[in-house]
Design a protein around this ligand. Structure first.
Ligand SMILES: Nc1nc2c(ncn2[C@@H]2O[C@H](COP(=O)(O)OP(=O)(O)OP(=O)(O)O)[C@@H](O)[C@H]2O)c(=O)[nH]1
Ligand SMILES: [Mg+2]
Length: 342
């Protein structure tokens, strides 16, 4: 079972930059709005300490690689086009993108923490945009889309729920299983929304929307990625995001720094292990002035302030904390474990 992670967010938040840095693909990045036109999938890796060190064993991994005591577990990541208002109604191919996002096991919701994207998605001066509103807009699109899917199937849900041997949780799960909604998600949500005793035909619009908010949260775990932390104003907005979204995890990142470091490492210019709190220049004499300046900027603005770029950390948090995946030895066939073998 490969875990699937979807990158969602407003245009220009840095989704493709993060995607390219995780997968070493070459998706198009630009400061124009709506650069990415269709979803793209690549393979990234979550990293965890390998058990062989702990048990003093030699290992022979089959579906993940072990390097110097670290185990690299493959994860499928999907980069999505920026979401616009009205996506839930099908605007800007919104329906298509939302259904791709909804098939992921978890989402990374990328926000431009520097506030350098204006309300129309154009790049502006850092501090002039509103990352909290950007996040709320995209979340709303997602929930409205869930609500639309639910309400347009209401007659079917109501009928199925009354069939012998069926109930409301089965009926709702049947209609929404394609987007990863399971029966246990529905049962939890009905309880949370205090709708467990009510016939679905009697729900009013507000109750339906509330139900869909909770269902979206529970069935699609989401990590907030506060990106562009190297820019001014990001630290302040990061703090506000954490305060406002107390129940969610927020990870600060600089996708651009990670992408530069990973590409420099591929070229053999530096030694850098993703996630580590350092990088070393291998051949200083081969660096151009521009490359020297870029590395100095990354040292100062990213490693100096936040110790790391945060990209690998974010992926690891999504896999091991958000989805509560455990690397198991030996392999047990459980949906709660990533299958890796010694
Ligand atoms: N300073 C800084 N700029 C970044 C960072 N990440 C991305 N950018 C810049 O932000 C702009 C948008 O980046 P993209 O990766 O194309 O954004 P996107 O979210 O994929 O945009 P769409 O495809 O339009 O939805 C580009 O100019 C990037 O270079 C970062 O961590 N720091
Ligand atoms: Mg993009």
């Amino acid at each position: 079972m490969v875990i699937r992670i979807g990158l969602i967010g407003k245009t220009n938040a840095g989704k493709t930059t993060l995607f390219d840095s995780m997968t070493l693909k070459a998706g198009e990045i630009s400061n124009y709005p709506f650069t990415t036109k269709s979803p793209d999938t690549g393979i990234a890796q979550a990293v965890t300490l390998c058990v062989h060190k702990e048990f003093n064993l030699l290992d022979n991994p089959k579906n993940s690689k072990c390097e110097e005591g670290w185990r690299f577990i493959p994860i499928e990541v999907t980069d999505l086009p920026g979401l616009i208002k009205g996506a839930w109604m099908g605007k800007g191919l919104g329906n298509q993108f939302l259904s791709v996002a909804a098939q992921s096991d978890a989402l990374l919701h990328v926000v431009d923490a520097s506030g350098s994207v204006d309300k129309d998605g154009k790049i502006a001066e850092p501090g002039t945009g509103d990352p909290l509103a950007d996040l709320a807009d995209v979340e709303l699109e997602l929930v409205l889309w869930y609500t639309k899917l639910f309400s347009s199937n209401l007659v079917k849900i109501s009928k199925t729920a009354k069939l012998p041997g069926m109930g409301l949780p089965d009926a709702i799960a049947e209609v929404m299983q394609g987007i990863g909604v399971k029966r246990e998600h529905v049962i939890y949500t009905l309880n949370e929304a205090l709708l467990q005793e009510r016939d679905v035909d009697t729900w009013n619009e507000k109750e339906m929307q509330n139900f869909c908010w909770v269902l979206r949260d529970i069935s699609k775990p989401t990590l907030i990625i506060a990106n562009k932390m190297d820019l001014p104003n990001s630290a302040e907005n990061f703090k506000s995001l954490r305060e406002k979204y107390k129940g969610l995890m927020v990870v600060p990142t600089s996708g651009e720094a990670e992408l530069s470091l990973r590409r420099a490492e591929v070229k053999g210019l530096i030694k850098y292990v993703p996630g580590e709190e350092r990088f070393d220049v291998v051949r200083p004499q081969e660096l151009t002035d521009a490359q020297k300046n870029a590395l100095a900027y990354i040292r100062r603005k990213v490693f100096g302030e936040y110790l790391r770029t945060g990209v690998q950390f974010g992926l690891n948090i999504a896999i091991f904390k958000l989805l509560k995946m455990n690397a198991v030895y030996p392999v047990a066939d459980s949906t709660q474990s990533i299958r890796i073998t010694l």
